[in-house]
Design a protein around this ligand. Structure first.
Ligand code: MF3
Ligand code: CO
Length: 258
C-alpha cells in the first residue's frame, strides 16, 4: 500500500532529510586520506543524536552502524570499519538515515577523497545528473517507469551500468515503503505518481558492467568487475507544483568548497 502524505507530514520528512543533509555535510568535512570509515560513522551518530534524532539504519534488519560507507567498487551497504582507511584517489559513497517525530530521512552522497581520476569524477557528475533527471519526472500523472527510464537513459548514454539488484523506495514513517523506484524501466509503465507520494530516488551506477556480488558479511554489494560505482540519493515529495526535493545537496557542496 502506498501512503500519501499531508503537507504537515512532508514538512517533518523535510526536517529529517535536512538533518541527513547536514550530517552528510559534517561527514564530508572529515573525508580525507587517512580517515577511517568508522571515525566518520562516529561523527555522524553523534551529530544526529545531538540534533534530537535517531540514526535509522542502526539496528535496521540488524545493520550495525549509523552510515553505510562504500569505497570505490563497493556500490552500497559498506559497513564502517577502523580498518577501512581512506586513500587519496578513492571515492566514498555515504548513505545516511534519521528518525525523528515519527518519520524517516534517507539520503546519500558520493565524495571524492582528495584528487580523483578525471574518468571517476565524470562518473560522479553523471550519476548526480541521472538523479536530477529522475527527479524531474517525479510529477503527478507520470509513472514510476518515467523516473527509472530517465535515470537509465542518462547513465547508459555514457556506457555506465545501472545496478538492478537494489532500487529506490517510498519514504515515510518507515524507511522502505511502497512503491519500489527502480533506476531503469520503460516510460509510461509502473505505478501512477500522485500528489503526496514521497520517494527516495537513488541511482547506483557502475563505471563498468552493471553486475554485482554480495559480500560475505551479508551487507556489502560490490561491482563484480571491480570498477568504481557511485550512489546519490534524494528524498522527493510529489506536489501539485511538481517535485519538492526534501534533501539539500547545497549544504554538502558548500561544506566541501569551504
Ligand atoms: N539507505 C538505504 C536505502 O536506501 C538503506 C540502508 S540499509 C540499512 O535503502 F540497513 F543500513 F539501513
Ligand atoms: Co534509500
Amino acid at each position: 500500500m502506498i501512503h500519501l502524505k499531508s503537507q504537515e507530514e512532508i514538512e517533518i520528512l523535510r526536517e529529517n532529510n535536512q538533518l541527513v543533509s547536514l550530517t552528510l555535510a559534517e561527514v564530508g568535512r572529515h573525508v580525507r586520506p587517512g580517515v577511517s570509515t568508522l571515525e566518520l560513522d562516529r561523527i555522524a551518530e553523534e551529530f544526529i543524536r545531538d540534533h534530537g534524532a535517531e540514526p535509522s539504519f542502526l539496528g535496521y534488519s540488524g545493520y550495525p552502524n549509523t552510515l553505510c560507507t562504500s569505497i570505490n567498487e563497493v556500490v552500497v551497504h559498506g559497513i564502517p570499519s577502523a580498518k577501512a582507511i581512506l586513500r587519496e584517489g578513492d571515492i566514498l559513497s555515504v548513505d545516511c538515515g534519521t528518525f525523528m517525530k515519527g518519520f524517516c530521512g534517507d539520503s546519500a552522497y558520493t565524495f571524492a577523497v582528495g584528487e580523483i581520476a578525471p574518468e571517476v569524477a565524470e562518473l560522479l557528475r553523471v550519476t548526480k545528473e541521472a538523479l536530477y533527471k529522475g527527479v524531474a519526472q517525479a510529477v503527478a500523472g507520470h509513472r514510476i517507469g518515467d523516473i527509472g527510464n530517465a535515470v537509465q537513459e542518462h547513465a547508459e548514454s555514457y556506457g555506465y551500468g545501472v545496478v538492478r539488484e537494489m532500487v529506490g523506495h517510498g519514504l515515510g514513517r518507515r524507511m522502505h515503503e511502497e512503491p519500489e523506484v527502480p533506476n531503469y524501466g520503460a516510460r509510461g509503465r509502473g505505478p501512477l505518481l500522485k500528489k503526496g507520494m514521497v520517494l527516495c530516488i537513488e541511482p547506483m551506477i557502475t563505471m563498468g558492467s552493471r553486475y554485482v556480488v554480495f559480500d560475505r558479511d551479508g551487507w556489502g554489494v560490490r561491482a563484480k568487475d571491480g570498477k568504481p560505482a557511485a550512489h546519490f540519493e534524494f528524498a522527493v515529495a510529489i506536489t501539485a507544483d511538481g517535485p519538492d526535493v526534501l534533501t539539500d545537496f547545497g549544504v554538502i557542496e558548500k561544506a566541501l568548497n569551504s
